[in-house]
Write a protein that binds this ligand. Structure first.
Ligand SMILES: C[S@@+](CC[C@H](N)C(=O)[O-])C[C@H]1O[C@@H](n2cnc3c(N)ncnc32)[C@H](O)[C@@H]1O
Length: 312
């Protein structure tokens, strides 16, 4: 069994959630349950956690780990983008905080069969929820050249997207691309990593496909929209993101919700009717300490942002 995922900035997460004395905290990305366990271990028994993951194998692993807290935790299979329905189906109308620790977990990355890893050869899958229909190999097969270029360029922030797609098509003309090894070789044929860099040349392409397969940015946007109607006054929203696209979505959302009114400045009176719903508590994102990065190199790109619900 792979090692448990190392939870990032656990203490910061707990501190920023504000440690309410009662209510339901939602862990929207349960993973191996490390953050949930830490929250349960360090809060009053009246605090319950409702935790969601789209990966059933994560839920099973976490269920075992969280068994000492079985009276205080509910685990649900589902998507962040369906947050509103998931909490409603479980009889929850208000929440005392939401944590989203985005991206993939170490067990997902380190299990070659899941197809997320550049390092280990495996099926080109990348579905966080294996019951979902479309895998990364399906996307490579179905998308047009222009769609694939756009995904690699925008979600991977990859400047060589066109030549990567040409190389993928060349490979596909001979064999369907169905393994991570085939994809990483097709990219490596046309992209070199900068000298002395330890980053694999296919990293950005893999990231782009993973985001597309799992519709990660859409999921995040939908969860952010949903949570506003669920957070009770002064409850906190804590988001850990791992790449600039996610972080930009969170930053912009927080800023817009703090501002409220979106009318152009020229208009003398507000006509949009929008009011402030969030107060930003982290002007700049919180990053892991050097000590944490040394112990857990995967934490290096993590950015934590926090906002508090306010009612105008
Ligand atoms: C970085 S891990 C979370 C690790 C966890 N905080 C811990 O301490 O063990 C992210 C988890 O969130 C899940 N996930 C990512 N996006 C999701 C989404 N849109 N809906 C539901 N689960 C999601 C992944 O399947 C993965 O298990």
């Amino acid at each position: 069994m792979p090692e448990y995922h190392k939870s990032i900035m656990k203490r910061e997460v707990l501190r920023y959630l504000g440690i309410p004395t009662e209510g339901v905290i939602v862990d929207g990305t349960l993973g191996d349950g490390g953050h949930t366990e830490f929250i349960l271990n360090n809060t009053a028994p009246e605090i319950r956690v409702f935790a969601i993951d789209r990966d059933r194998s994560a839920i099973e692993r976490a269920r075992e780990r969280l068994s000492p807290f079985r009276d205080r935790v509910t685990l649900a299979h589902g998507e962040l983008g369906d947050l509103k329905n998931l909490v409603a189906q479980n009889g929850i109308t208000q929440i005392a905080g939401l944590l989203m620790d985005l991206g993939v977990s170490s067990p997902q990355l380190d299990t070659p069969d899941r197809g997320f890893s550049i390092k280990h050869d495996g099926p080109l899958d990348m579905r966080m929820d294996p019951s979902q229909q479309t895998s990364a190999a399906d996307l490579l097969r179905k998308l047009s050249d222009a769609e694939l270029v756009s995904i690699i360029k925008n979600f991977g922030e990859e400047r060589y997207s066109k030549r990567i797609v040409r190389s993928i098509r060349k490979e596909q003309a001979e064999h369907p691309i169905i393994t991570t090894g085939q994809l990483s070789r097709a990219v490596s044929r046309v992209v070199r990593s900068p000298r002395h860099s330890r980053i694999h040349p296919a990293t950005k392409t893999f990231q782009a496909l993973r985001i597309a397969v799992n519709e990660e940015l859409d999921q995040l946007k939908r969860a952010l929209q949903d949570v506003i109607g669920l957070l009770s006054s002064t409850s906190r929203l804590v988001v850990i993101s791992f790449h600039s696209l996610e972080d930009r979505i969170v930053k912009t959302f927080f800023r817009d919700e703090q501002k409220g009114c979106s009318c152009p400045p020229k208009i003398p009176m507000c006509i949009c009717g929008r009011t402030q719903t969030l107060k930003i508590l982290t002007r700049k994102p919180i990053m892991p300490s050097e000590e944490e990065i040394a112990q857990n190199p995967r934490s290096v790109s993590a950015k934590l942002r926090v906002a508090e619900r306010v009612y105008a």
